[in-house]
Design a protein around this ligand. Sequence first.
Ligand code: ADP
Length: 226
Amino acid sequence: MIEFKEVEKLYQNGVHALKKMNLHISEGEFVLIIGESGAGKSTLNKLITREEKATGGEVIVNGFNLSSLKEKDIPSLRRSIGMVFQEFRLLSKMTVFENVAFAQEAIGIPLDLISDNVSQALATVGLDSKADYFPKELSGGEQQRVAIARAIVNRPNIIVADEPTGNLDSKTAWEIMSVLEDINKQGTTIIMTTHNQEFIKHTTKRIIVMDHGKMLRDDKGKVLTS
Ligand code: ADP
């Protein structure tokens, strides 16, 4: 569950990136966040993951009140959130398997459990046959699947995906959307920023439109026609 109450983000340079933002995202929702560049979408994501801290109001994520969260509790919050980025952010010197396993090692999962968990995550994204490949041997869509496997391997209940299809062609973008939909069907909440006009036109998902740090529209389950 994600709750924003009158959230403000004023960066130190004076940019007012979020203005009195109110938002409620229930467990299991799939929400698309759209808006022009500079509208505040990344800031919204960074407040959820606590990469940035709100300068006013309250952000509550998975029961953590991020406005008063102590530094020592940030790892627990982050463990409950998987992150996916436009540029994949895989480690080039590690195999597919190692890239995903690294996320498990980072949180101290015992080695004898890691192999099964990684295989399961790779199977979910349809890449179990390429566990020993290196990122450069994969297509863009496959690399993003690895990044998604890495995001889900620790079983977070929220995925924050920042333009996950921004570097992909249209067909591959739909394939990645379909992978995210499968993960969402298993109960994971997904918050995804996108510029993909095809998704926006054809989706029946909830769409939040950001504009100059405010929520301009919140269309639950409607196809946007304008
Ligand atoms: P979007 O993701 O919709 O493009 P952002 O959240 O990245 O929007 O940015 C919103 C506004 O905040 C922009 O004016 C941007 O320049 C500013 N901004 C973003 N990050 C920072 C930062 N770390 N320091 C100062 N200003 C920032």
